[in-house]
Design a protein around this ligand. Structure first.
Ligand SMILES: Cc1ncc(COP(=O)(O)O)c(C=O)c1O
Length: 483
């Protein structure tokens, strides 16, 4: 049953004269190159909020029905469809739980959308550093002990925000974190952007909702069959007022939401409800085959962590491969893969490449991936990897310290441009992050350190991309003008 998709299909085939937006009028006026490339059905279905199509911000018809079905499928009490990615869901979750000056606990490796949420809400971050593995140059999940310790130092924390899974598929002990958080009578928000699929197979990690989260944001477009930007926000229990979530979402989403995206959420949910376990069973089999074959290739290492601090569960469908044994950085290997070997990864980092595997991948894709890794060794590294390129540990040492200014205070302060040398120990006015993964190395309100600058320069030097810097070469940077 797909109430929203079916109604959209019905209306896209109905006969009427369209005197409403969008201006292409069901494709009648679309530039012919687009119809030639994409066909006409997509434009006939690109409809606005016609009476039969309900309203995303006051749903009582087909959108409400589709969201209720999603709540049932994902075992939530209430679900909202999102048309601006998990980004808008994360901002809304923060706006619904903390206000100006309130403290919120977050891991330091949060996605930049959480920092946007802090800027919108005016909340003060209590950053906690998750365990860092120098062998893999990866940060894991928050530990329950560090959450408990943060509450000892800051008993007035109003909400806890946790990332699970990480980009590499690592999930922290969310059950224990939920217990601590709820003992303090505080809501737990989980960024499950990379874990929409967990619900659909017993060999995948348990979902954040199963482990006790109050609010969960999922990028349905990342690992399920929804279109890019289509995401979901799920609510469980009574700690958070659903009205507050609806109000916050109205602040951060378009008043003209795309029905193509909304209908794709309805269809992706139906696909999982009717054949999710079968599809993920096949994906897990492919992942296992890939892991076994890759483990036999000389010079590379496959990330396959056992439970330890910061890792309670691991998603086997995420493949992270260390390429430094062949002398490559992840960035250079990524370039060779894309330009010469016909394989495109999700995320290159200093040491590794991460690949997302879903039921959309075929056996042929896996064969190509394995072949590419076998051939990588025949290329010559241009910028050989050296151990010094690991992330400087001092970068994220500030455990539980509040930043000098909240991200919002910094965002609205007067700033000035200074040389990188002069910026050390000053308060940053910019949000700068390597992209992907979109985890800020420096954010507004934080002190600039040698370690952070070094880390960003390394990303640039090794061919990575950084976003948010007004000077893309990082010779200068904007700091808060305290005079
Ligand atoms: C951990 C994490 N959270 C949130 C987001 C934002 O999700 P979206 O792209 O759906 O807006 C991303 C995107 O890459 C992410 O990696």
């Amino acid at each position: 049953m797909t109430p929203l998709f079916s109604k959209l299909l019905e209306l896209s085939n109905s006969n009427h004269a369209p005197f409403y937006a969008p201006g292409h009028k069901r494709g009648q006026g679309i530039f012919h190159d687009l119809t030639e490339a994409w066909g006409s059905a997509i434009f006939r279905a690109d409809l606005p909020e016609l009476p039969d199509l309900d309203n995303l911000f006051a749903p009582e018809g087909v959108i409400l029905k589709a969201q209720n079905l999603a709540a049932k499928t994902f075992s939530a009490d209430q679900t909202w469809f999102l048309v601006n990615g998990s980004t808008c869901g994360i901002i809304a979750a923060i706006l619904a739980t903390v206000g100006n000056g309130d403290k919120i606990l977050l891991p330091r490796n949060v996605h930049q959308s959480a920092i946007s949420g802090l800027i919108h809400a005016g909340a003060m971050p209590v950053f906690v550093k998750p365990p860092y593995d120098p062998q893999w140059d990866l940060s894991y999940g928050l530990t329950p002990e560090s959450v408990e310790a943060a509450f000892q130092i800051h008993p007035d924390i109003k909400a806890v925000f946790v990332l699970s899974p990480t980009y590499q598929g690592v999930c922290p002990d969310l059950g224990a974190i939920a217990k601590i958080t709820h003992t303090k009578n505080v809501p737990l928000i989980v960024d499950e952007a990379h874990g929409s699929h967990f619900k659909f197979h017993p060999d995948l990690p348990p979902t954040a909702l199963e482990l006790g989260a109050d609010l969960v944001i999922q990028s349905t477009h990342k690992t399920l069959g929804a279109m890019t930007q289509a995401s979901m926000l799920h609510l469980q229990g009574s700690r958070i007022d659903p009205q507050k979530i609806s109000r916050a979402l109205q602040l951060v989403e378009s008043t003209s939401p795309s029905y193509l995206l909304l209908a794709s959420l309805d269809a992706a949910r139906e696909q999982m409800a009717t054949m999710g376990e079968k599809l993920w069973s096949e994906t897990l089999t492919l992942a296992k085959q890939a892991r076994q074959a890759l483990a036999e290739i000389q010079g590379i290492k496959v990330f396959d962590p056992r439970p330890q601090k910061g890792i309670q569960y691991f998603d086997q469908t995420r493949l992270t491969i260390d390429v430094t044994g062949l002398g490559f950085t992840g960035y250079e290997a990524d370039e060779i893969f894309a330009e010469k070997l016909g394989v495109i990864a999700e995320l290159p980092l200093r040491r590794s490449l991460t690949f997302i595997l879903t039921f959309g991948n075929t056996e042929k894709d896996i064969e190509q991936l394995i072949k590419a890794f076998k051939e990588l060794g025949s290329y010559q590294p241009q910028q050989p990897f050296s151990q010094q390129q690991n992330l400087d540990q001092s970068t994220f040492q500030q455990l539980y310290d509040l930043p000098p200014l909240s991200p919002r205070q910094a965002y609205f302060s007067t700033s000035k441009t200074v040389s990188i040398k002069a910026s050390i120990n000053q308060i940053c006015a910019e949000l700068i992050c390597p992209y992907p993964p979109g985890i800020p190395v420096i954010m507004p309100g934080e002190k600039i350190t040698h370690g952070k600058i070094y880390s960003l320069k390394q990303v640039l030097k090794l061919g990575g991309v950084i976003t948010g810097a007004h000077d893309p070469e990082l010779n200068t940077i904007q700091v808060i003008d305290l005079e």
